[in-house]
Design a protein around this ligand. Structure first.
Ligand SMILES: *Cc1c(COP(=O)(O)O)cnc(C)c1O
Length: 375
């Protein structure tokens, strides 16, 4: 790890003065600005105005963070990250608090996961303090995008990739870190309708010894075909089974899953193939606080179908930073379709979502350190 100091801003010479708050309507000249930005921003394209960048080289280590306008990148065609997938990312959110201030939910966990993802791909780890400084810089610059609409949040997307131009199959000797943000509304739209999901029988998301427990870009491209097939069959998401026995329910899309079994809140244990979600971890804590019995265990696809048939399983929901808490209503599978509970959102799902959202907005206390205030 380098000893280069990081966390200070060097003015980007191409940056217009960003110290004067712009109170006009967001301009439309910035890269990627989307007209849906106001009102319902959807998910993923209502980009804000700024970008935080830094670079790592073997000689310099991490360079100071730089805040500038959101802009396009100029990349050499032989950029390693493009060819060999040496790229990791994160996803976290900033929320307006009841008192009008802005806070980011559990960013230290994302910083630690980002470092773990990087290490798995033989990349240098961005120090936690630099990760947090980048978040502070961007949220401070773009906080005005947040309204007091309780469904809106600033979704923060850190990404790091091998940016050396070289086509030898080896790790990069240079890395670029970027932090951008977009205004996020409800991931599945503005209402929380239960999802219809398809059990993925043809493809696996992860494998033992692979990268299923880290957030690297290479995990997601190979899931898109299954996702498209599910969509063509009228489903919104794919449920991933374990890659060996093709039996154990692991995740859904880019989300973790929870089940309500005989009144108990159960989530698949971290087998090494699952991504350890910050939302999953938070809900495990909040469910105990709400008085539920909570367990991490193994649920097979047959247990799930049978439990729904007998009524032992009354609810299933998916969770993640983007999806928050979203009920699963109907499951399509080549071995037989089934409905979870009544097919509508259940009481436990709704109560846990409220508990989580209240903590994220500072309306209810979380655990110490869960909210990172932006001054
Ligand atoms: C990001 C992600 C999640 C959810 O993690 P959070 O930290 O809760 O946002 C779950 N599964 C996969 C595969 C993911 O990539």
């Amino acid at each position: 790890m380098s000893t280069t100091t990081i966390g200070t801003t060097t003015p980007d010479t191409t940056t217009p003065d960003t110290t004067t708050p712009d109170t006009t309507t967001p301009d439309t000249t910035t890269v990627g600005r989307n007209s849906k930005a106001l009102g319902d921003p959807g998910h993923g394209d209502a980009f804000t105005d700024h970008l935080v960048t830094t670079r790592w080289t073997a000689d310099t280590g991490w360079q100071p963070l730089s805040l500038g306008p959101l802009r396009e990148l100029s990349l050499h065609p032989a950029t390693i990250g493009l060819h060999y997938g040496q790229s990791v990312f994160e996803g976290l959110k900033a929320f307006v608090q009841q008192d009008g201030s802005v806070a980011v939910f559990r960013p230290r966990l994302n910083a630690a996961r980002f470092a773990r993802s990087a290490a798995r791909l033989a990349m240098p780890e961005l120090p936690e303090e630099a990760f947090l400084s980048a978040i502070d810089l961007l949220v401070r610059a773009d906080a005005r995008w947040l309204t007091d609409n309780p469904r809106h949040a600033l979704y923060l997307r850190p990404v790091m990739f091998g940016s050396e131009a070289n086509l030898m199959l080896r790790e990069s000797h240079e890395y670029t870190f970027l932090l951008m943000a977009f205004l996020a509304g409800g991931f599945f739209g503005d209402t929380v309708e239960p999802l219809t999901v398809m059990v993925g029988r043809d493809h696996a998301r992860a494998m033992p010894g692979g990268t299923g427990d880290v957030k690297c870009a290479a995990n997601y491209g190979p899931t898109l075909l299954a996702q498209r097939r599910a969509r063509e069959a009228g489903c919104q998401q794919v449920v991933w089974l374990d890659p060996v026995e093709r039996r154990w329910v692991e995740e859904m899309g880019g989300m973790n899953l929870f089940f309500v079994i005989d009144g108990e809140v159960v989530t698949p244990e971290l087998s090494g193939n699952l991504l350890p979600g910050v939302t999953r971890d938070s809900l495990l804590t909040l469910a105990v606080r709400e008085g539920y019995a909570v367990r991490e265990g193994r649920i097979s696809i047959d247990d799930w179908r049978e439990g729904c048939r007998t009524g032992a399983i009354t609810e299933t929901f998916a969770c993640g930073t983007a999806a928050v808490v979203t009920p699963v209503g109907r499951v399509r599978d080549t071995e037989g379709d089934f409905t979870v509970g009544t097919g509508a959102e259940g009481a436990v799902t709704s109560r846990l979502r409220t508990a989580l959202v209240d903590v994220q907005h500072g309306r209810a206390p979380g655990q110490p350190g869960w909210l990172h205030r932006i001054s």
